[in-house]
Write a protein that binds this ligand. Structure first.
Ligand code: ADP
Length: 393
């Protein structure tokens, strides 16, 4: 079965066409970027051959049309009717969507209502769904939510210490994000370790531009660091992560900031960029640190320390631990950070193999380590394709 996976952002459309038989194959993948902007382009990859076309792309409908034309022109399929389903990334499913769903008008309306909770993401995801409905009206469309994997965490983990009525009135609670990634890598870890997924305690660290950590018990996320929005949790590229909320009122008063300005400050100017004053990118900071830059050193130490604290608390929440998984841009590459984090867990019998860690190997713990540590490249598109397949097959 051929399944098209789409991740529609405000100015981009990422796509992958999968062929799902016993195994999954990627037939083509790519991105249309800069939609509505001046320097838009389409980049795609077929059998490791990469092609980039610069052209003005006015909107998402034209973007999807171009993608379909490229698929046909490269004879990846002979007719669009071969595409049996489209799996969409949908960011916020609120309390409404605890499972992957078939998209219809009612579902789209609900996703639109949830835009209030994810104003940057849900409207963009919806655009992708609407365009597909227009261009491929007979193809089944499926929404796979970022919040789904966390949607069964216990109430004690998602209720905030504010009046309960605001949870009921506005849905203010922890939702968690990156669910597709946490699910994919935790499942994969069980496969690699040849253990029963339903009997494992795993901590997954998705560390990219946005970062979140999840406690996965017996195949279910029972807690995660991102909350009502993706601003909570560990320090991120430009997002502050956990702070004392009183800092907000203090800054608004002292710096005479509006709500919008403080929102911008905490989302776009904080985190690694804010602390370092140099860059949100861990690669740049590491380079500076090696050259003796003290602020870069402090920034990376803050990051490692915050991640360490989350892992420590989740070991307690899980009542023990079998494995830790690192994934996404930082998690898959920054061995120097993993080393700084993992040395704090020798007390529970975790031993890192330095060479394996430096080489970003799949398993970086020593053979005699009680806790296994893995580095697994995430693959959210594949997870979306699998969930879509399961629903429509
Ligand atoms: P996103 O969260 O947008 O999907 P990624 O998971 O690709 O992004 O993560 C991007 C971040 O990962 C970059 O900002 C950078 O800090 C970090 N990163 C990427 N490659 C490396 C690397 N080789 N070494 C260290 N950090 C890296």
């Amino acid at each position: 079965m051929k399944i098209l996976v789409l991740n529609s952002g405000s100015s981009s459309l990422k796509f992958q066409l999968f062929e799902i038989k016993e195994k999954e194959h990627v037939l083509i993948k790519g991105i249309v970027d800069g939609i509505k902007l001046d320097d838009s382009f389409i980049k795609y990859e077929i059998n490791n051959n990469i092609k980039k076309i610069k052209k003005k792309i006015k909107n998402h409908k034209i973007a999807l049309k171009d993608v379909l034309d490229i698929i046909l022109a490269n004879r990846i399929i002979s007719s669009l009717s071969e595409i049996k389903a489209i799996g969409h990334r949908a960011v916020h499913g609120g309390e409404e969507f605890k499972k992957t769903v078939l998209i219809n008008d009612k579902v789209m309306k609900k996703i639109e209502e949830l835009s209030e909770l994810a104003p940057l993401h849900n409207p963009a995801n919806l655009t992708g769904m609407r365009v597909c409905k227009e261009l491929l009206p007979n193809v089944k469309q499926v929404a796979v939510f970022d919040t789904e994997f966390h949607s069964n965490m216990p109430e004690k983990a998602f209720v905030y210490g504010i009046p309960y009525k605001y949870y009921k009135k506005y849905g203010i609670r922890r939702y968690g994000f990156h669910g597709t990634s946490h699910k994919y890598v935790s499942k994969k870890a069980a496969e690699i370790l040849k253990k029963d997924y339903k009997k494992l305690r795993i901590i997954t660290c998705h560390l990219g531009n946005g970062s979140s950590i999840a406690a996965v018990q017996n195949g279910k996320s029972i807690d995660t660091s991102m909350g009502f929005t993706p601003l909570e949790g560990v320090v991120m590229g430009t997002r502050c992560g956990d702070i004392d909320p009183a800092i907000i009122f203090f800054l608004m008063k002292k710096e005479k900031l509006s709500v919008k300005e403080v929102d911008n400050l905490l989302n776009k100017k904080s985190g690694l960029l804010g602390i370092s004053g140099i860059s949100p990118d861990v690669r740049v900071l590491w380079d500076k640190e090696k050259k003796g830059n003290k602020r870069a050193n402090l920034t990376l130490n803050v990051l490692a320390y915050r991640i360490t604290k989350y892992i420590g608390s989740y070991i307690s929440v899980l009542n023990g631990l079998d494995a830790i998984v690192f994934t996404a841009g930082i998690g898959e590459n920054a061995y120097y950070l993993r080393e700084r984090i993992l040395r704090n867990f020798e007390y529970i019998g975790l031993k890192v193999d330095k060479t394996r860690n430096k080489n970003n190997e799949l398993i970086i713990s020593s053979d005699n380590s009680k806790i296994k540590v893995l580095v697994i490249p995430t693959n959210e598109e594949l997870q979306i394709a699998r969930e879509t397949f399961e629903l429509v097959k």
